[in-house]
Design a binder for this molecule. Sequence first.
Ligand SMILES: NC(=O)c1ccc[n+]([C@@H]2O[C@H](COP(=O)([O-])OP(=O)(O)OC[C@H]3O[C@@H](n4cnc5c(N)ncnc54)[C@H](OP(=O)(O)O)[C@@H]3O)[C@@H](O)[C@H]2O)c1
Length: 317
Amino acid sequence: MADKKIIAVVGATGAQGGGLVRAILADRNGEFSVRALTRNPDSDKARALAAAGAELVRADLDDQASLERAFAGAYGVFALTNFWEHFSPEKELAQAGNQARAAKAAGVHHVIWSTLEDTRRWVPLGDDRLPTLQGRYKVPHFDAKGEADQIFRVLGVPTTFLLTAFYWDNLIYFGAGPQKGADGRLAISFPLGDKKLPAIAVEDIGKAAYAIFKRGDEFINRTVGIAGEHLSGQEMAAALSRALGREIVYNAVTPETYRGFGFPGADDLGNMFQFKRDFNEDYRAARSIDFSRDLNPELQSFEAWLARHKDEIPLAA
Ligand SMILES: NC(=O)c1ccc[n+]([C@@H]2O[C@H](COP(=O)([O-])OP(=O)(O)OC[C@H]3O[C@@H](n4cnc5c(N)ncnc54)[C@H](OP(=O)(O)O)[C@@H]3O)[C@@H](O)[C@H]2O)c1
């Protein structure tokens, strides 16, 4: 244990980081040990990580000094921000900057930054195809992550930029599951037309990150993207129907309709899906399934994910 290389995991009590923690702990004879960062070491989730063998360290993304302490002596850092806790791209930028500067100060050998595209490279602010949100963003929870890439680069932090994908777990936890429509049928609704959505079991993001650390310096200063499968709304609905044993249809709403759904972040997600639809080739090309499976041979398909999780998907009666 003492001679193992430490990977400090931001978001260890959450979905992405939790997958990485479990991947490291599962590899008992591996070369890495795990340090789980959390604001609250007394939470049930944090205690469960400690019980499973993780070192717990208190740190807050708003407090760079706490990150420097938490990164001290670490070989690797998994860096993450959680947009959905505050809906502020500025805060995401600040928290990404704190992680980059702390990693630099601590002399970390390899950072994996969980990032997404800055969609303004495809749709500049003056382009009205996507409405501008929060003053200077098209897809706020994407753009700030992509903008933050530059902070790691400018500081010279040895970083792998990991482009993640839509979690299938959103069908359980993020309100993306089937809803009953006016016609009484259960439907999943995405403004994707007939385009395919790269998506992934969130547990596989952590496994991919672990594989990237294990492959040494191969992916440092590179952007890599992952997905479990690329499926159309029709294909997702058909797989859901098979798994759940009841008809689920695909409702290809317009981005305008989706932005108007009214839940917090609907405008951001409406723009996100429109971006994925309108720049589908680029968005998919950045997330190769073959590459993802090469990193993680246990990569789940949607069908495999459904076999494990179908009973957790909330369904209107
Ligand atoms: N849902 C999707 O389909 C999807 C797809 C791609 C990317 N993403 C991105 O994934 C990110 C969220 O990751 P997730 O789903 O793994 O999150 P999650 O399951 O909601 O967990 C959030 C994690 O972040 C930690 N955290 C949040 N604020 C912190 C702070 N100030 N200081 C220290 N730790 C903090 C929390 O730790 P403690 O509470 O223990 O401190 C927790 O472990 C979002 O930015 C989102 O845009 C989501």
